[in-house]
Write a protein that binds this ligand. Structure first.
Ligand SMILES: Cc1cn([C@H]2C[C@H](O)[C@@H](COP(=O)(O)OP(=O)(O)O[C@H]3O[C@H](C)C(=O)[C@H](O)[C@H]3O)O2)c(=O)[nH]c1=O
Length: 181
């Protein structure tokens, strides 16, 4: 497992070993010992899987109470995945990092608690898999505007306006949102 730091301290790119052969490939998508040996001794309590069509944008989301750490990968297709530092006490507050995650590059992203998260679907279909460190807490689930100019995420152009949920369409900008201390 190769671990690559990002411009956002704590947010890490993870490149697992992939064993390709004439049949296809094999990779350990998660191994507690491998992660622990890499200094990532993280306990996950829930596995999530969402499927999205091209142009779907889910986010930016975070749980205000019980904030979640997320280990993200794409099992099918490709997405542009983004993390935003939402800790007002952080020197990187409001800064974002994004990268393409796909079933071709097999890359994963670790996003610690305290960050907003979202992704834009780049392929016809994307199966999005992620482990989280705290259970879903609907009461504290929050959205932040995907296109907040104060954050300035450079989302890839998919040729059409992104498709969002009503909750995400109505999301506040950072200036009007309750985030982390
Ligand atoms: C997240 C979640 C949702 N749900 C239920 C609640 C709704 O009835 C339905 C769809 O939920 P939602 O529209 O919030 O799903 P996403 O837009 O994919 O939300 C996720 O999108 C971004 C990318 C994230 O990082 C978060 O994990 C999460 O907020 O699944 C559950 O039962 N458990 C859960 O953990």
């Amino acid at each position: 497992m190769e671990i690559i730091e990002t411009p956002l301290p704590g947010v890490l790119r993870l490149k697992p070993r992939v064993f390709g052969d004439a049949r296809g490939f094999f990779t350990e998508s998660w191994n507690a010992r491998t992660m622990r040996d890499a200094g990532l001794d993280i306990a996950f309590v829930q596995d999530n899987h969402s499927r999205s069509a091209r142009g779907v944008l889910r986010g930016l989301h975070f749980q205000l109470a019980n904030p979640q750490g997320k280990l993200i990968r794409v099992g099918r297709g490709a997405v542009y995945d983004v993390a935003v530092d939402l800790r007002r006490s952080s020197s990187h507050f409001g800064q974002w990092f994004g990268l393409e995650l796909s079933d071709e590059n097999h890359e994963m992203l670790w996003i610690p608690p305290g960050f907003g998260h979202g992704f834009l679907t780049l392929s016809d279909v994307a199966d999005f898999h992620y482990k989280v460190t705290t259970h879903y807490d609907a009461a504290s689930d929050r959205s932040l505007a995907w296109n907040d100019p104060e954050i300035g995420i450079a989302w890839p152009d998919t040729g059409a306006a992104p498709q969002l949920s009503a909750k995400d369409i109505a999301a506040p900008t950072l200036a009007h949102a309750e985030v982390f201390a």
